[in-house]
Design a protein around this ligand. Structure first.
Ligand code: NAD
Length: 508
């Protein structure tokens, strides 16, 4: 898991690859050309590590989105027209390029997001894997089903829905965007991507690599800017047929309203407050490994993080002690250091939100046994990993998505209590169950109100499986053919075998 290169080498690579972003403003990518905003507006991009200015970035608005949507509309017929086999080759070429530039992508991503290099190295390669997986499926996207009756043969076909908008968050921006962009392009759609304003850089790299790989100009466009301007315009644009959105639940609600007048298809991957349920009969050492990994990897800025640790009362004290020892030993540091396990949070606003939740938990009467007060530096974005004990089920720390390195422990008595507690949230993304009783594992998995359950495992993503959430965690599923259902229209064709009876209204 740890980065293959040294701290010094990562620094040297980061300096080399960030230099261009410091010397010239980052433009939009519209119709294959890097362009400034039509208004000339830019915003400043800061590194989460020390606040240093990484450069300026074009701040798009309605006109830039319109230009990108027009290019995506124009490019659609030809890209769709080359067929799945043609797209398969181009997308494999793009995956090759991503693999070749994985170190560049990883160091830029680390500097732009604060995410440790040990995770960003693999995230860049996961992006390539996503393109390969959907590239291989591209030739079969149009395939449908045969549904014959005695009198008619029905068959279904699928075709790309058209130009789509992809709006992504800042936590693991490169890898996350490929979950959406890879299947969209494989299906034959063209894309306008609006990346998050707090981590814009790797979206531009992906757009450039796509052009270099032979993705025609206009097929993948990037418009930078803020949610309320560029993002909003994209969701409202009449040529954009669908929006694939990853972000906060409250933003999903706003997008649903914004997209209503143009009746867009929507796919939402939203927030989570995911339970990891540890029964007394579990392999406690492995459960500990997984619980710590799922909340403290990616700085806890992870939609599927195990932010609520539900522990059976009979093992609670022992498990909490072992947990606290492990969390105290986590290595907080510079994200380019391969030894670092936790880096700085993305932005001062987000840091304050996370610290606010921890302070609020203490004010509410919970106990912080690790982290909390001993912040690395009050002015930086670093937040030491936090374990919160003795929280009640109604406290904000036990219910809200904190999206940082903060783990709240809640005890439960028995299986029914565990399920009730796990489901007592507005979210329903993922759940993790630890038990050696296979019947119980299946029962709990069945009863959890979540889109994904892992039993005796951390989150291991298998691309053919569906990814997504229930309740306020999302609408729709990614992965396998579920992705193509979103990016295509299904058509049914019914053909009569012969002269079946047709009602003869008006006949004499
Ligand atoms: P966010 O909702 O603030 O922003 C996400 C994107 O939406 C950004 O690009 C932003 O500019 C844009 N946006 C904001 N307002 C908009 C509007 N009115 N119209 C159109 N676009 C708008 O989310 P964030 O803070 O960047 O990301 C963190 C959130 O993402 C967390 O809640 C996390 O759980 C969620 N997330 C979910 C998944 C998943 O798969 N379920 C994965 C990663 C992150």
């Amino acid at each position: 898991m740890s980065g293959a290169t040294s701290f010094e080498q990562n620094h040297a690579d980061a300096r080399a690859h960030l230099a261009r972003f410091a010397t010239a403003p980052v433009g939009h990518l519209i119709g294959g050309v890097a362009v400034p905003s039509s208004s000339g507006e830019t915003f400043t991009n800061h590194s989460p590590i020390d606040g240093a200015v990484l450069g300026t970035v074009a701040a798009g608005d309605r006109d830039d989105v319109h230009a990108a949507a027009s290019c995506a509309s124009t490019a659609f017929a030809a890209w769709n027209g080359i067929g799945g086999t043609g797209r398969r080759q181009v997308l494999h070429d793009l995956a090759d390029l991503i693999e070749q530039r994985a170190q560049q992508i990883a160091v830029v991503e680390s500097m732009d997001t604060g995410q440790p290099i040990r995770f960003m190295s693999t995230a860049a390669l996961r992006g390539a894997e996503n393109f390969r997986y959907f590239a291989d499926m591209a030739p079969d996207v149009a395939n449908g089903r045969s549904l014959p009756t005695a009198e008619l043969v029905n068959y279904t076909t699928r075709r790309a829905i058209g130009p789509v908008g992809v709006i992504t968050p800042w936590n693991t921006p490169f890898m996350l965007s490929t979950w959406k962009i890879a299947p969209a392009l494989a299906a034959g759609c063209t894309v306008v991507h609006k990346p998050a304003e707090w981590s814009p850089l790797t979206a531009s790299l992906l757009g450039e690599l796509a052009l270099e790989a032979g993705v025609p100009p206009g097929v993948l466009n990037v418009v930078h800017g803020f949610g309320h301007t560029a993002g909003r315009s994209l969701t409202e644009h009449p040529s954009i047929r669908a929006i694939a959105f990853v972000g906060e639940s409250v933003t999903g609600s706003a997008i649903q309203a914004q997209a209503a007048p143009t009746l867009k298809r929507l796919h939402f991957e939203l927030g989570g407050k995911n339970p990891v349920i540890v029964f007394a009969d579990a392999d406690l050492e492995r459960a500990l490994d997984a619980a710590v990994f799922m909340i403290f990897s990616l700085n806890g800025e992870r939609c599927t993080s195990s932010s609520r640790l539900l522990v059976q009362s009979s093992i609670r004290v022992e498990f909490e002690d072992r947990l606290a020892a492990r969390v105290r030993a986590l290595r907080v540091g510079h994200p380019l250091d391969p030894a670092t396990e936790i880096g700085p949070l993305i932005h001062p606003v987000h840091r304050d939100k996370v610290r606010g939740y921890v302070n609020g938990a203490v004010a509410d009467g919970a106990r912080v046994v690790v982290g909390g007060g001993d912040l690395v530096d009050a002015t930086s974005n670093y937040v030491n990993p936090v374990v919160v004990l003795d929280a009640s089920r109604t406290m904000a720390i036990a219910r809200d998505e904190v999206f940082g390195p903060v783990l709240t422990v809640l005890p439960f008595d028995d299986e029914a209590d565990a399920v009730a507690l796990a489901n007592d949230t507005e979210y329903g993304l993922a759940g993790y169950v630890w038990t050696s009783d296979s019947g119980r594992a299946h029962r709990v998995a069945r009863d959890l109100d979540v889109g994904m359950v892992w039993v005796n495992s951390h989150n291991v993503r298998h691309l053919p499986t569906p990814f997504g959430g229930m309740k306020r965690s999302g609408i729709g599923r990614d992965g396998g053919d579920w992705s193509f259902d979103f990016y295509t229209e299904t058509k049914n064709v019914a053909v009569a075998y012969g002269a079946h009876q047709i009602p003869r209204l008006g006949a004499v």
